[in-house]
Structure formats: C-alpha cells, structure tokens
Design a protein around this ligand. Structure first.
Ligand code: HEC
Ligand code: HEC
Ligand code: HEC
Ligand code: HEC
Length: 483
C-alpha cells in the first residue's frame, strides 16, 4: 500500500474535498477587504470587569444523562426569537440582540447541519463508507451525528434523538441547559460575570477566546479525548468517501460565521490586559489564540488516535495531502520540508505551518518547543514511530501549545508583533522556493487576519497585492494540478 501511494496515486476526487471550504472563505474575506463600510469603525469604550485569572478549561461533562432543553426552548420571541440584527460597527449597546435564534435559524449553517445529512453528498459518503455492505444512513450514523448535532455521550445519543433535528444548536456552544436554565431567566442572572456562570451553572464562557476556540475545534478539528462524549473524528476514510477535509482557522471562520452578538472585548480574557482591547483587535487576537489552540487540539487528537487501537495510524489526514495525491515530479521533490524524508508524507502541514512566530520568541523556547516540534515531525515520518511514544510526546507538546494559547488569550498580539509578522509574511513571497498549498493558504489567512488590526490601517497595497496573488495561486493549484 505504502509504495503504491507514494508512487503514482492520482486523485480524481480530491479537488472536491481539498480546500473547497477554505477557498470559499478566502473569497469572502477578500470581498470584505474592499468593503470599507464594514471595517475600521471604532466602538464605544468597553465594559469593565474585575480582573482575575482566566479559566480556560471547559467544564468536564458529567457523563450522567443530562436533560438538554433543545433549541426550541430558547426561541420565544421575548427571549432569543426576536427579529433584526444589530450593527456592531456603530454604537453597539451592551444589550443582547434577542434575535439570536432567528439569526441562527436563517443565516447560520449550524442550524442546517443535521438536515444536510439527508443530502446527496451525505448519501454518497455513507454509501462509500459501507464499501458494498449494508449502508447506515448518515442521519443515523453516530460518526456523523457527533459533529452535525449537539455533542453528547453515546448513551445520551440513544435516548435523546429528538434533539438531532436542531443540528448544532445553542447548547452545543453555550453548554447543556439543564444546569443553568432556571437561573438564566431570573433578573439575578444578568448581574453574574461569565466566570461565575461557568463555575456555578456550567454555562460555558464563550467570552474567553481560548475556550471559544476549544468549543469550535471540538467539531472543526475533532476530539476523541472526552470519555463522556462520542468521538468526533474526521479521518482519511471519511475524506476519501467524499467528506470535505477540515481545514479550520479560528479568525477566518469567526469572520464567516453569522454572528448573533457584538463582541465585548473588555470581557474576552476577563479583562486581564490594561487597557482593555478594542473590538478591532478581534481578528489578530483570534488568530494568535486560535492558531495555538487549534494546533494543541490537533495534537491531542493525534495522541488519542495513536492510543486507540481502533483508529488507523498514522492517520493520513494529518499529513500533506499532496504528498500522496500527485505524481512525483522534480518540483514536488523540491517541496520537501527540512527534515522530511523523501517518500514519506510531510506531517502536520495545516495546523503547524506559519505558527513559528507565535512559538519562537517565547521563553518556552528554552524548553525547546521548536526543536520538539522538529523531532516530532521527523519521528512521525519515520518507519519506527511507535504509537505509545508518539502519543506521549504529542500530549506534551499539545499541553505546551495550550499554555502559550492561554498567554495569548490574555494579551493578544502587540502592534509591534503584528508588524513583524506581516513584514515577514510579505518577505516570504520573495523567497523563490516552491511552497506547499497548506503553507500558502495559512499565509493568506495570516495576512488577512492581521492586516485588519486597527481598522484597515495595515491593509497596505503590498498586503493586498500579496493576498490577490496567493488567492490566484491557490485556486490554480486546486483547479489544475490536482484533478
Ligand atoms: C469531526 C467532525 C465531523 C464529523 C465526524 C463529520 N462531519 Fe461533516 N462536516 C463537519 C464540518 C466542520 C463541516 C463543515 C466543513 C467546513 O466548511 O469547514 C462538515 C461538512 C459536511 C458536509 C458538507 C456540507 C456542505 O454543504 O458543504 C456534509 C455533506 C457532511 N459534512 C456530511 C457528513 C457525514 C455524512 C458524516 C459522517 C460520515 C460527517 N459529515 C461527519 C464536521 C464533521
Ligand atoms: C457555533 C457556536 C454557537 C451556537 C450554535 C450558538 N452560539 Fe450564541 N454565542 C456564541 C459565541 C462564540 C458568542 C459570543 C461570546 C459571548 O458574548 O458570549 C455567543 C453569544 C451569544 C449571546 C450574547 C451574549 C452576550 O453577553 O452578549 C446570546 C444571547 C447567545 N449567544 C444566544 C444563543 C442562542 C439562543 C443560540 C441558539 C439559537 C446560540 N446562541 C447558538 C456561540 C454560539
Ligand atoms: C457541534 C459541532 C460544532 C461546533 C461546536 C461548531 N461548529 Fe461550526 N460547523 C459544524 C458543522 C457540522 C458545520 C457544517 C454545517 C453545514 O455545512 O451545514 C459547520 C459549519 C461552520 C461554518 C460554515 C463553514 C462554511 O464552509 O461555510 C462556520 C463559519 C463555522 N462552522 C464556524 C464555527 C465557529 C466559529 C465555531 C465556534 C464558535 C463553531 N463553528 C462551532 C459543527 C460545529
Ligand atoms: C499517505 C498517503 C496519503 C495521504 C497523505 C493522503 N491520502 Fe488520500 N488516499 C490515499 C490512498 C492510498 C487512497 C485510495 C484508498 C482509499 O480510498 O482510502 C486515497 C484516496 C483519497 C480520496 C478518494 C479519491 C478518489 O478518487 O476516489 C480522496 C478524496 C482523498 N484521498 C483525499 C485526501 C486528502 C484531502 C488528504 C489530505 C488531508 C489525503 N487524501 C491524504 C493516500 C493518501
């Protein structure tokens, strides 16, 4: 199998799953860059809250059968089912919109994530996965429901199938409502800060950007670590069956998401930074925290895969798709990453490329995080890689990255750091060495997320030119090279 994959595997179906989602996100980001009406408006001074250390771990689920309320219980007109959206650019009030349900229902694909399991593509995936055996319909398959509906434990899935049609409903991101619903509707609720709501009522703190990323990446990266939740795992088998490859990046996905809130920057990290951040820092802040937190999630997932005898390993979806899905040419050989052995796919090209500036200047470098990474990548590509050992290393590096994410969650990026990263990204374009698709795509997302800092001040002609060029190159690669 190995020699066949390395030799001349042609990917007829791969263009339909590789990068399609990310390309559509790029198109919409690029559209927004030129839409001056949406960016750079200043926001009123943010609310303040007493500063205390941020909590960053989502409460562990209990494992007991919980009574979820379902999205319908949030939808009353007086609660979250009103109409209209607020314009956050002008003078957003600190009030919630009260139309969250309506926005979710009409504009947010999360509300359709169950119904798409009846679509042609889902049917095709299910049929391919069955490999000629009896087909489990996608809308009944736990492997699909675990991400396309409210995440629950396996026993919970069995007794609460009535919740499936909600898709990714309110409780997927705000936590199981049984613990908080009675308090939530009292006047006392509004006086509680987000930490207390989480600690005492399991109402997840989505204002903490690290936790917010952890919530999203549970489905958008995957998670096999919570023994109280059914595994959420997008592996190469499902991708080969037709599922889009998951290529998540927090800042751009947050931009694309049909928000039902205005950001409250002063409460992002429990107001640890003084002065409090401004809302225009959102993209840069989410980029930095998000890159580190998703990389950490990817390593946790990798570790759990290595530990589970039921999971294929090494898992192809963790490596560069083009390592196998193209005929070997001299140009491709030149795409070799430092330390990569020829004939072995490069590991971790999506979650780890372009992350160096966030890892390097840190004192943790003493512990050799960059080195650890290098060794880890090399080991993953070695024929003697051993599952328990890799799992252990993977968790250790993952934990370090999570700590770094926690630091970024409290500080964001300074203007100086942003400028340095932008300069470096532009400089990279003059480097004649051929670049891998993942690397270029991450570069695109980095430039677009960071250049928006402080309105469009840094969206220089240079940056715009680079973004246009990258987009053309990325699209051309998907359209012609890989058929
Ligand atoms: C690890 C979580 C996860 C699992 C498991 C999962 N999905 Fe998905 N699925 C997603 C995410 C996230 C997207 C959106 C991808 C994007 O745009 O980045 C998606 C997108 C899709 C789409 C495309 C929607 C569109 O309109 O483009 C289909 C169809 C689909 N999934 C079906 C399935 C089926 C069938 C299964 C089970 C075999 C499954 N999914 C398992 C997370 C998952
Ligand atoms: C995909 C994840 C996700 C889903 C699904 C989701 N939310 Fe949210 N919601 C968030 C995030 C992230 C925020 C912003 C952080 C914050 O302010 O708490 C937010 C903010 C809110 C706010 C504003 C809180 C504030 O203090 O300003 C309300 C109200 C809300 N959501 C209600 C709902 C309701 C009702 C539903 C279901 C119809 C829902 N949400 C579904 C992620 C989600
Ligand atoms: C419970 C699982 C789950 C969680 C949690 C979740 N998502 Fe999703 N998300 C999905 C699935 C499944 C889809 C695909 C839905 C579809 O295409 O109909 C999706 C689609 C999306 C899309 C549309 C992508 C596209 O290609 O158009 C965006 C943007 C998105 N999610 C952002 C987020 C963000 C930001 C968060 C965290 C605040 C989040 N999601 C949390 C499962 C989840
Ligand atoms: C180590 C080599 C290897 C890597 C890396 C790899 N694949 Fe594959 N892929 C294969 C092999 C072998 C097959 C054929 C067997 C199968 O269907 O599983 C295949 C099949 C596929 C197919 C079905 C092709 C068709 O014509 O029906 C798709 C789609 C696909 N892969 C996508 C991807 C994506 C996307 C990535 C990156 C996330 C990736 N692959 C990474 C080896 C690889």
């Amino acid at each position: 199998m190995e020699s066949q994959t390395m030799g001349s595997l042609r990917a007829s179906g791969i263009a339909s799953v590789l990068g399609i989602a990310i390309l559509s996100i790029m198109a919409s980001l690029l559209g927004q860059e030129t839409d001056s009406s949406r960016r750079g408006q200043s926001l009123p001074p943010a609310l303040t809250e007493p500063s205390t250390p941020a909590r960053t771990n989502l409460p562990k689920t209990s494992g007991n059968l919980r009574t979820f309320q379902g999205t319908g219980s949030c939808s009353a007109i007086a609660c979250h089912g009103g109409v209209g959206r607020q314009n956050c650019g002008d003078q957003p009030s600190s009030e919630i919109w009260r139309s969250e349900y309506t926005v979710w229902m009409t504009d947010d694909p999360h509300s359709r994530s169950f119904s798409i399991l009846y679509d042609d593509l889902a049917t095709k995936i299910a049929t391919n996965l069955a490999q000629g055996g009896p087909v489990v319909p996608a809308y009944q398959d736990l492997r699909c429901l675990s991400c396309h509906t409210l995440p629950r434990s396996e026993p919970e899935f069995e007794v609460t199938s009535q919740l499936n049609p909600d898709g990714v409903g309110c409780e997927s991101c705000h936590g199981p409502a049984s613990d908080w619903i009675s308090q939530h509707t009292t006047s006392n609720w509004r006086t509680l800060d987000s930490r207390t709501k989480q600690r005492d009522y399991q109402f997840w703190d989505t204002k903490n950007l690290l936790q917010r990323t952890q919530i999203c990446s549970g489905c958008h990266v995957g998670n096999r670590n919570d023994s109280n939740l059914a595994d959420r795992d997008m592996n190469h088998d499902m991708i080969a069956a037709g599922h889009p490859r998951l290529a998540f990046e927090m800042a751009s996905y947050s931009d694309l998401h049909a928000n039902h809130w205005c950001e409250k920057p002063a409460r992002w990290s429990e107001n640890i930074r003084t002065p409090a951040p401004s809302a225009s820092e959102r993209s840069a802040w989410l980029w930095a925290t998000g890159r580190l937190a998703t990389a950490s999630a990817a390593l946790e997932l990798s570790a759990a895969r290595a530990e589970s005898q039921a999971a294929p390993w090494p898992e192809f979806s963790e490596t560069n798709c083009y390592s196998c899905h193209q005929e070997l040419t001299p140009e491709l050989a030149a795409l070799k990453k430092p330390g990569q052995r020829l004939g072995r796919p490069a590991w971790g090209t999506w979650y780890f490329s372009g992350i160096e500036p966030l890892v390097r200047p840190n004192p943790m470098e003493q512990g050799g995080l960059v080195e650890l990474f290098g060794n880890y990548g090399k080991l993953m590509q070695s024929p003697v890689a051993n599952r328990p050992k890799m799992a252990l290393e993977s968790r250790q590096i993952g934990q370090k990255l999570r700590d770094l994410a926690d630091q970024r969650n409290q500080t964001g990026l300074s203007p100086n750091e942003i400028k340095q990263i932008l300069d470096q990204q532009i400089h990279n374009s003059t480097d004649p060495a051929p670049k891998a698709w993942d690397e270029e795509a991450q570069r695109f997302l980095t430039l677009s997320s960071l250049a928006r800092y402080h309105g469009k001040q840094w969206m220089s002609p240079q940056v715009l030119r680079e973004l246009d060029m990258l987009k053309i190159r990325l699209q051309a690669t998907t359209a012609t090279k890989v058929r």
